[in-house]
Design a protein around this ligand. Structure first.
Ligand code: GLN
Length: 542
């Protein structure tokens, strides 16, 4: 029997529901249960793929090519379970499916309504493709009381009734604020949030209470009494220094035990938390520190580079160092005399990106990294910028540029009009739709034996996740190779360059894919581990 845990949020957003869900998933897994995590987002975009990163944060890409919410990245990093297309849905996606059915005539004769059509579609999504799991955790985006969230709350309310009594548990995440002027913790917002939830027919079983300080038993009793929740099921969720501490702290507070109790599981297998315990000293007391500059366009919002930030940290865990990241807006480097900002860093990374703004600043940062022999890591757009830089300054192709920014004389990066996907040829042209049409998801890549990247991966064939519309133009391969830039990985049909490196440089790699999406704290991605190692070596030189 698959059991369902519904995670909702109250009081304010940004309390870390995604992390809470991921950590609970990890704790159940530590007890030997199989888990799947899902996110239901009430907004009307069909998926976050077309949203500005400032609006929504990072778009997390799955192996099967879905553009999803960044919480799926947390789920995957905490549980190691690869997220799938069927793990994230939005109101937009639900409505799109219902409206196209309506147009086809599937409901002919009937009125199409939020209840039951929308709520049924939400329930189908929750229940689909879950038979093999012992636990499915479903996080509802937004906070209780949001108008657009109502159909989702209604759907999980119905499921609470339709599933067996011990098959669904409701966890509600709230905030217990400390009011400085009164010197007191306040439980009222939590009481109101639970009241709101109960008014739509959902009684939470477990309350997870975010608080910036330990709260006394008196408050715990009060919350339990007013919210109609058992006292032991009021779990304090205190602020922690590292997100990877969260599973351990939740466990100490009895979170997993309480959830299992609500399912009537009184004697569960003991948890093995060693993976989480083992990485703690490396996070808390690392032996050194390196400084990495990330030169990007959305640096004002860290969520825009969530997986990247985490993967750099994992590289630190692999090398037992703390990674200090300097987020630098690339447009800065478009003014004279600004590059000295980069002089003290031990590594430079240009991440994925879109559009012309700040591109020349990124190219200048690549040039500095190459000429000053500072470790350089170019991811997707960062690889494309490295090719433009190499073409202009190593191979003397002065007009080198990307057609992403408009027509140019030397298109070293151009629109990808066709590529192979699982035996099919995918085709695109200039005027096509923007949503869901990039080269998305996992593709194999063949790695040149003897190359630097071969050493890093220790393998001839790798699989990584992609999200791009442009590609490096192989017609320039020979000229670039003569200048010292080598393409050391390509698609299996040999047509798409996937990896470049400069052998005569301490560490200079560009990859067309997004390795940050697959890195885990307990299994750091080899490219990030190697990049941070190179940064450590570089820091010893200065
Ligand atoms: N804008 C570039 C492209 O579409 C790079 C995309 C990215 O960095 N993810 O090819």
């Amino acid at each position: 029997m698959t059991r369902y845990i519904f995670i909702t949020g109250g009081v304010v957003s940004s309390l870390g529901k995604g992390l809470a869900s991921a950590a609970l998933g990890a704790l159940l897994q530590a007890r030997g249960y199989s888990v799947r995590l899902r996110k239901l987002d009430p907004y009307l975009n069909v998926d976050p793929g077309t949203m500005n990163p400032f609006e929504h944060g990072e778009v997390y890409v799955t192996d099967d090519g879905a553009e999803t919410d960044l919480d799926l990245g947390h789920y995957e990093r905490f549980t190691g379970v690869a997220a799938r297309q069927s793990d994230n849905v939005t109101s937009g996606g639900i409505y799109q499916a219902i409206i196209s059915r309506e147009r086809r005539g599937d409901y002919l004769g009937g009125t199409v309504q939020v209840i039951p059509h929308v709520t049924n579609a939400i329930k189908d999504f929750i229940l689909a493709d879950a038979e093999e799991q012992e636990f499915v955790l479903c996080e509802i985006g937004g906070t209780v009381g949001d108008i657009e969230g109502l159909p989702f709350f209604e759907a999980i309310r119905q499921l609470g009734n339709e599933l067996e009594r011990d098959q669904a548990v409701f966890v509600h995440l709230t905030l217990i604020p400390f009011i400085g002027s009164a010197g007191e913790l306040k439980t009222k917002p939590t009481q109101h949030s639970v009241k709101e939830l109960r008014s739509i027919g959902i009684q939470p079983d477990v309350l997870l209470c975010r608080c910036d300080r330990p709260f006394p038993d008196k408050e715990r009793r009060k919350i339990a009494l007013y919210c109609n929740v058992r006292e032991e099921a009021v779990i304090p969720a205190l602020d922690v220094a590292s997100i990877y501490e969260v599973p351990l702290r939740y466990h100490e507070q009895g979170m997993d035990e309480q959830v299992l109790r609500c399912f009537g599981i009184k004697d569960p297998p003991a948890p093995d938390l060693s993976t989480w315990q083992d990485i703690q000293p490396r996070i808390e007391t690392p032996e050194g520190e390196v400084k990495i500059a990330v030169v990007g366009k959305y640096t004002g919002l860290k969520d825009a580079y969530k997986s990247l930030d985490e993967a750099l940290g994992h590289g630190g865990i692999a090398n037992n160092v703390r990674v200090g990241v300097e987020w630098i807006e690339s447009e800065t480097f478009e003014q004279e005399g600004t590059l000295h900002h980069l002089e003290g860093v031990n590594g430079i990374l240009v991440p994925g990106g879109f559009g012309e703004r700040g591109a020349e600043g990124k190219i200048s940062a690549v040039r500095l990294a190459r000429e000053r022999r500072i470790p350089y890591f170019g991811i997707c757009f960062g690889m494309q910028m490295a090719v433009i830089e190499a073409a202009r300054n190593m191979a003397g192709i002065k007009g080198a540029n990307s057609t992403e920014f408009g027509p140019c004389d030397e298109p070293v990066v151009g629109l990808m009009t066709e590529w192979e996907h699982e035996g099919w040829i995918e085709r695109r042209d200039e005027g096509g739709d923007m949503g869901g049409t990039m080269r998305l998801g996992a593709y194999d890549c063949l790695v040149n034996p003897g190359s630097g990247v071969h050493q890093i991966y220790g393998s001839d064939k790798i699989s990584e996740r992609h999200r791009h519309r442009y590609e490096v133009n192989f017609r320039y391969e020979n000229k670039l190779a003569e200048a010292g830039l080598v393409f050391s990985g390509r698609s299996p049909d040999g047509l798409l360059p996937e990896i470049l490196e400069i052998p005569d440089h301490p560490w200079f790699f560009g990859v067309q894919f997004h390795p940050e999406l697959k890195s885990k704290p307990f299994d750091p991605h080899p490219l990030f581990a190697s990049f941070i190692k190179a940064a450590v070596d570089q820091s010893r030189l200065v």
